[in-house]
Design a protein around this ligand. Sequence first.
Ligand SMILES: C=CC1=C(C)c2cc3[nH]c(cc4nc(cc5[nH]c(cc1n2)c(C)c5CCC(=O)O)C(CCC(=O)O)=C4C)c(C)c3C=C
Ligand SMILES: [Fe+2]
Ligand SMILES: [Fe+2]
Length: 369
Amino acid sequence: MPFKTEPQHTHGAVPHTAIVLVNLGTPDAPTRSAVRRYLKEFLSDPRVVEIPPRLWSLILHLFILPFRSGKSAAKYRKIWTREGSPLKVHTEKQAALLQTLLQERGHDGVRVVMAMRYGAPALPEVLDQLKLDGVDRIALLPAYPQYSGTTTGSIWDAVFGHYRQIRNVPELRLVKHYHDHDGYLDALRDSVLAYWDAHGRGDKLVMSFHGVPKRTLLLGDPYHCECHKTARLLARRLGLAPDDYVVTFQSRFGRAEWLQPYTAPTVAELARAGTRRVDVICPGFIGDCLETLEEIGMEVKHEFEAAGGQDFHYIPCLNESPAWIAGLAEIAEQHLIGWPTMMSPAGREAERRDAQLGREQALRQGAAA
Ligand SMILES: C=CC1=C(C)c2cc3[nH]c(cc4nc(cc5[nH]c(cc1n2)c(C)c5CCC(=O)O)C(CCC(=O)O)=C4C)c(C)c3C=C
Ligand SMILES: [Fe+2]
Ligand SMILES: [Fe+2]
């Protein structure tokens, strides 16, 4: 594989540090063509669909993309905001707030940017830009609290794939998961308690996580266990008895069996069994997106009401809540340990001199050429 052209190595340059908050990605617009482009990239990832590639490509192009793109675009239109897709808007805001909070906590030498695994801003382009900006230490922070090969594993594929074409690979740190991190769990607890304070409390708390094919669990993916651990620890923080809550899995895709119990049939069954009010939270998503706002807030709500349920409450994701941004900062800080993140006056001066040196060197090289 040929190497990409890279900036010249500058002697003595102060290496900059960055955190990249990486999310799944979302279409550029709620249109059929934009959704098709996005789904094509997403669903062509062999980490996401484990069907032999040639056979899958046929199914994808003949059946999935022609039918799903229009239907999904209609769903995106229901949740699209003036600022764009909620997933992207929340990820952008979280990255900006994390940068500000890290600065306030003294880590003024750290940049925080966001990137998407599929769609824009594409992870390889963000990594290229960081290289141009002189960043040589990168902590990658996926927007997934629970590890799965289908999501976090796929981010690592994209990162390593990109650096296969780079000679001077930066120092990297990978945040594998934070499903049991106090900062994440405390923020979840606070969000549930604040919701109950404002709206009263339901008969049952449904903790709905994005599903994955059951086969991946049987083949060693820890995602299912990490979801259950998050649920257990959150329940403990809320003082819930086992009967007060239920863990479910949503967003089944395709015909294979996925992790059970499925969210929609579970809430319908709860309604039929006489549960008047359910509160649904989606702890596996750190920001609201299609899967929470449309699938839970609209489709699952409809199923509950159609089965006789009276009162359906969706508890929003952590989004930009101050407790969550503080949690993110704690997670980030733990993965930055040992890296110089505070820019002392001497560091700033060294950086200024290096920049000057770099410019002079480039000028000399230009003159010699
Ligand atoms: C939170 C973790 C996620 C896991 C695990 C996950 C696995 C997974 N997803 C699909 C298929 C689809 N997912 C879709 C949307 C979507 N998925 C996640 C997160 C996880 N996916 C998010 C945050 C979103 C929302 C994106 C947005 O723009 O808001 C979709 C597209 C939506 C649609 O067309 O209806 C599909 C398809 C698979 C197959 C999978 C694991 C194998
Ligand atoms: Fe998904
Ligand atoms: Fe398990």
